[in-house]
Design a protein around this ligand. Sequence first.
Ligand SMILES: [Fe+2]
Length: 617
Amino acid sequence: MSLPLILAGPIVRKSTATEVNLWITTSKPLEGRTTIEFAEQQLYFPITAEQCIKVGEHAWVYLLHCQAEFSVNQPIYYDINTQYGALSELLADTLYGNETQFSLIIKDKADYLLHGSCRNPHYPSKDSLVIANQQLKTQAISERASLLMMSGDQIYADDVAGPMLMAIQQIIPQLGLFEEQLPGTSIASCSALYADDRNLYHRGEILPHYIDTNNFLSRYNLHKSRPIFSTTEHENHLITFAEFFVMYLLVWSPTLWENISLPEDLPWLDNKSQQSWKTEKLAIEHFVAGLTDVQQLFAHIPTYMIFDDHDITDDWNLTIGWENAVNGHPLASQVIGNGLMSYFLCQGWGNNPEQFEREFIDDFRQLFKSYQHQQHSQLIWSLNRFEQWHYVIQTKPKVVVLDTRTRRWRSESNTNKPSGLMDWEAMLDFQHELIGQEAIIIVSAAPMFGVKFIEALQKAMTLLGQPLVIDAENWMAHAGSANTLLNILTHPKTPQNFVILSGDVHYSFAYDIKLRHSKSSPDIYQITCSGFKNEFPNRLLRFCDFMDRALYSPHSPLNWFTKRKKLLITKRNPSQLNQNKLVNKSAIGELRLDEKGKPTQVSILTAEGKFIDFLPK
Ligand SMILES: [Fe+2]
């Protein structure tokens, strides 16, 4: 079957008064130009080799980086004219209504934002990006949000449905992606892996294990070895670069799904796997039906992203013990590196292209041109040392997007203790961005202030030596990170208005935060919207919500035993007819801010189309 020309995209990435970036992946190299029109002006930007990385025999990733003086706060229209025709003709279904070119608006104010995280293709709920598109297409261009912020778990590398893994593996040979060696296992290469009996639903048997000498159980010889990729859903964990890369194409675009055919059942699998296959196949079919909307959404709004754990793996850098285990196993480091390579190509590059030097990108080009295992390991080594994944969006207020995964504050006393989310240097960089700002929007994948009762449970598990079991990582789990963060937020010279956007937890809530006993306290608002297509086990959440309300109300004495005791935290009431503060619904967040950067609307739009407002007390 022949490949479609457009494999995924266009996705509008970093867009400011001086640059527009369009991400697109194609099956053939493009010649031509990008056209951008606004206010009687028509600008042309030739497609160049600099804008492209050839990833496979039939896969080219483009970041069409167009620099000029663009007008802000008014409609802009773009198209990509290629030797195969204009994108507006090739993807006519992706245009809105009576558009003849793709429309876009670059806003200098971040006064209306769409945000969220956690999009698991086979989670049995609708996809919130679909409803987001349905809404965007009915809005006048001038009324659109300034940007869409996706704050983590854009893919779930560690929780992959069987049908998704099979779809990925059907696409890999079609794109001619490189054949990778797999060190530290009896399986020599990717194709041997794809042909192995354990390929589908049994990858736990292939993935590396380690002995955790710091675990108190291991002292009694009760706990011999544990998997490095410890999630319970690791049976289909992505391993190769090609798998990670194709996963992005299949969750962002419908086009390649035409080239996939999935059987109704797989009689050679065990009963449990067969059952999973059937349920997951249905969920994936519903997901795929929404992808035309998703592609349309991304083509019409500047979209920014940052990773959280699942973009790479569950437990990513959770403890120094875990990091050591990965560094000590060649296959484990290669899996993490493959995740990071794909993260750069599909997410990181478009956030802030200036951050990546030519040599950095050339290393990728070189590897894809002629694969050598040595070179692959070298690239992974340098990616592991790269410290520029964080970035800033220069709107008003400024948006500071934090990397909370790779610059961690490692615990020195105990290798099994959760690392802090950012180390001292990363915190200083963060503080530097706040100087002289009246208001600021911070994007932190995980909430800075979690649900205290849940954090207490996580602490208990850490004390039992099991921090990986319930991902005991949050800003407050590490004294160094927590205290530095609180000092930054409460420093007299920092902004008067902080908005913290976060996700990760798979439920939504909003906090208004003030310093206790201070006349000049800044106003801190934390808004958590999670997930786009993921939820929390409902009965457990209702229990935690109840316990948290009972134990940690703003004036409860229990607050004095927490690190955040200096803060008065008030939970906003969601506009639904019950007592719950935590909303357990797949949704996309909508936030509107006034001139001063204070929220005027904190709400979510659920994947089902229900509007829920978080009202201040
Ligand atoms: Fe998630």
